[in-house]
Design a protein around this ligand. Structure first.
Ligand code: G3P
Length: 218
């Protein structure tokens, strides 16, 4: 499994995200790898008819009905969005909201990916049984220096605490991942996949880099 977070990079603005999503759909079929794409919210429904999981980058813990300017799990579900990142390092939310959002997504049978910045948070949130915990050291995000090479012990420790939660949560890692070699290292250390942004989105050749990442996962 890998998740590509588009963030708000200009490279995926407007219809460009559709081009990226179609490349992902083709490669994920060919290599039999699950690749999810998380575009900015206003672009979500441009790609929900393709056969790849589409994730929101964030969800708000507000109710269905008279709430304005928020994005909520129940309505995302009705627009065929598969799930959401929660608590991304660039969009942190209070612990109580994380807890309630994981539970709302679970009830809707949607994918929950709780992002954490350290082992203590990995341990705390793995107990909620989200589908994935994604550990990302903030200082390596967008750096081109891969977490799997710079902080291998962070991944092995996170794998252990997630395993100790004794549920079905799996560990992803991210930050600075830019090559197939970085991906391979993450998998060797026990991660079940990766969360990546700039290494793919800012690449001049999406097809080539996504194939490189995919091959590294098998
Ligand atoms: O959500 C993925 C992310 O925060 C890692 O970013 O650019 O280092 O792959 P990047």
């Amino acid at each position: 499994m890998f998740i590509i977070n588009c963030k708000n990079y200009e490279e995926i603005s407007g219809d460009k995200v559709v081009k990226l999503a179609k490349i992902i759909e083709r490669i994920s079929k060919k290599y039999k790898i699950k690749i999810a794409l998380a575009p900015p919210h206003h672009l979500l429904t441009k790609i929900t008819d393709l056969s790849i999981p589409v994730l929101a980058q964030h969800v708000d813990n507000v109710s269905v009905g008279s709430t304005t300017g928020f994005i909520i799990p129940e309505l995302l579900k009705m627009s065929k969005v598969a799930g959401s990142l929660i608590n991304h390092s660039e969009h942190r939310i209070p612990s109580n909201d994380i807890k309630q959002l994981v539970s709302r997504l679970q009830k809707l049978k949607m994918m929950s990916v709780v992002c954490v910045k350290n082992i203590a948070e990995a341990q705390k949130y793995a107990k909620l049984n989200p589908n994935y915990i994604a550990i990302e050291p903030p200082e390596l995000i967008g750096s081109g220096k891969a977490v799997s090479k710079e902080k291998p012990e962070l991944i092995t420790k996170a794998v252990a605490v997630v395993k100790n939660a004794n549920n079905s949560t799996r560990l992803l890692c991210g930050a600075g991942i830019v090559s197939g070699e970085d991906v391979e290292k993450a998998i060797q250390l026990g991660a079940k996949g990766i969360l990546v942004a700039s290494g793919i989105i800012k690449s001049k050749n999406w097809e080539k880099i996504i194939v490189e990442f995919s091959k590294a996962m098998i």
